[in-house]
Design a protein around this ligand. Structure first.
Ligand SMILES: NC(=O)c1ccc[n+]([C@@H]2O[C@H](COP(=O)([O-])OP(=O)(O)OC[C@H]3O[C@@H](n4cnc5c(N)ncnc54)[C@H](O)[C@@H]3O)[C@@H](O)[C@H]2O)c1
Ligand SMILES: *[C@@H]1O[C@H](CO)[C@@H](O)[C@H](O)[C@H]1NC(C)=O
Length: 434
């Protein structure tokens, strides 16, 4: 996947502690030095030790005790607060007031626009990181602005900012979609997964549980939690303790973490396990997207097959179906029960699969794209490397159907047609480096 190789790391990732100076403290040579030199070197060593261990001044390490001075300059002000309030204010009576994290992302953009369209109030939050072309995120932001959704540029690890947002707006719901997505990128930048999917999620839950009133939280988990399971279709009751990637492991950790916030603080929590979402404004790091780009360029695409020569298959789910599932989850979420950061009674905890229930081999995906693009793909077939991708996914959606009214309606060919139409329009206008 060479197109990922030269990507810069996402901001906010942890520094690795490869240079811990243990040697300085334990080396025998220092014991033979004169007393003043010994003290001076000891002092220097301690000072170096402190420097190396002290947290980097990134937003990821900021917490509630830090001074908000730098923040007020960046986020504050009456004009900013006005924009925030206006965006979050529901137009229809009884409408929800939703904080959407990852709003400039693929799913976040579609969910935000759908909520706003039906009269709910929506405030977006996104850090616009460079995992994939930020120009696409900015274009989505333009679309959001035209629909009346303001996107605050900030990180979910920034507790001061999150607290500020909850001070300005009484959110009834949080739709948490911000995450480090992608499976293979974890081998280049593992810290970004821990930072966004674990630390950032905990920070968001901390601020949510302390808010008065507490919002109901719906968040994106992933079908990847089913990992190496072989029993199909995947059901919410199945065990999920064989993740095949760090991404999957952080999503699985998120489900456990969410459960503790439900148990201890009475937060209403709903996790949605999305199955390979695709569609207009999609993610350039996903196969259907870069296959389209490469086929159009006449570039060879790599199609993976499983070790037994079987085709790799995915339960591709069209974005509009996912959006309906997200809205269904928000609409059926009961209120959180805690207040003042304390649990007052049991609150709901739910996990649902949002898939299409008809897995399609990747070879079939390529055939559909060839037909839609009216071009023959140059293919190279290779065995699926063991770097995080699983051989197949297939959702059992019985539970989501009966409890949140989820009913996928778009098949892969219909959905890809809409994607290709968007792709051609978007990239012919832009004349960008694609
Ligand atoms: N698209 C899929 O097929 C799929 C499948 C399963 C799960 N999911 C999950 O659904 C959610 C949305 O996915 P998507 O496809 O829209 O991905 P995306 O990358 O397009 O959207 C995520 C957005 O979150 C933002 N973000 C990342 N880290 C952040 C941070 N620390 N603070 C603030 N913003 C941050 C990014 O800038 C991005 O705009 C993610 O949680 C993802 O893991 C997606
Ligand atoms: C799907 O899940 C439901 C429970 O949610 C279960 O009753 C049903 O047997 C499952 N179907 C299959 C085909 O596994």
């Amino acid at each position: 996947m060479s197109h990922l190789d030269d990507l810069p790391s996402t901001p906010g990732k942890y520094k690795t502690d490869k240079a811990l100076p243990y040697g300085i403290l334990h080396h025998h040579r220092y014991l033979r030095l004169s007393k003043p030199t010994l003290w001076a070197s000891l002092f220097l060593a301690l000072f170096l030790f402190y420097l190396l261990l002290s947290p980097p001044p990134t937003p990821s390490r900021r917490n509630l005790n830090d001074s908000p001075s730098s923040l007020s300059a960046k986020y504050g002000g009456s004009q900013w607060e006005k924009q925030v309030r206006k965006s979050a204010h529901p137009r229809s009576p009884g409408g929800l007031t939703v904080l959407v994290t990852g709003a400039a992302g693929f799913v976040g953009t579609h969910v935000s626009i759908a909520l706003r369209r039906r009269g709910d109030g929506v405030l977006g939050l996104d850090n616009f990181n460079k995992y994939y072309d930020p120009k696409l995120k900015r274009a989505r932001q333009g679309l959001l602005e035209r629909s009346g959704v303001f996107v605050v540029e900030g990180d979910i690890n920034d507790a001061v900012l999150l607290k500020k947002l909850f001070d300005v707006v009484l959110f009834t719901h949080v739709m948490h979609l911000a995450a480090q997505a992608g499976v293979r990128y974890a081998m280049q930048n593992p810290g970004s997964y821990v930072n966004s999917n674990i630390a950032g999620f905990v920070n968001l839950l901390e601020v949510s549980k302390s808010a008065n009133p507490q919002p109901a939280v719906v968040w994106a988990s992933s079908s990847s939690v089913y990992g190496l399971n072989t029993k199909v279709p995947f059901s919410e009751k199945d065990r999920t303790d064989h993740p095949a990637s760090l991404y999957a492991a952080t999503k699985k950790a998120g489900e456990g973490i969410a459960h503790t916030y439900n148990h201890i603080y009475g937060l209403s929590l709903t996790g949605l396990r999305f199955f390979t979402v695709y569609g207009p404004w999609g993610r350039p790091d996903m196969a259907y997207f870069f296959f389209t780009k490469d086929i159009l360029k006449g570039k060879t695409i790599t199609v993976f097959e499983s070790p037994d020569k079987g085709s790799v298959a995915r339960d591709f789910t069209y974005i509009d179906d996912i959006v309906k599932g997200c809205l269904g989850a928000l609409d059926t979420a009961e209120k959180s029960t805690g207040s003042g950061g304390k649990k007052k009674g049991p609150a709901m905890f739910r996990i649902y699969n949002l898939g299409n229930t008809s897995p399609v081999p990747v070879t079939k995906l390529v055939k559909i794209l060839e037909k839609l693009l009216k071009m023959k793909a140059k293919k190279k077939v290779m065995p699926l490397p063991r770097n995080g991708d699983v051989e197949f996914t297939h959702a059992n959606i019985t539970l989501a159907q009966s409890e949140i009214g989820y009913k996928p309606a778009v098949d892969l060919e219909t959905g890809l047609k809409k994607f290709v139409k968007w792709y051609m329009g978007f990239y012919s206008k832009k004349k960008s480096s694609w």
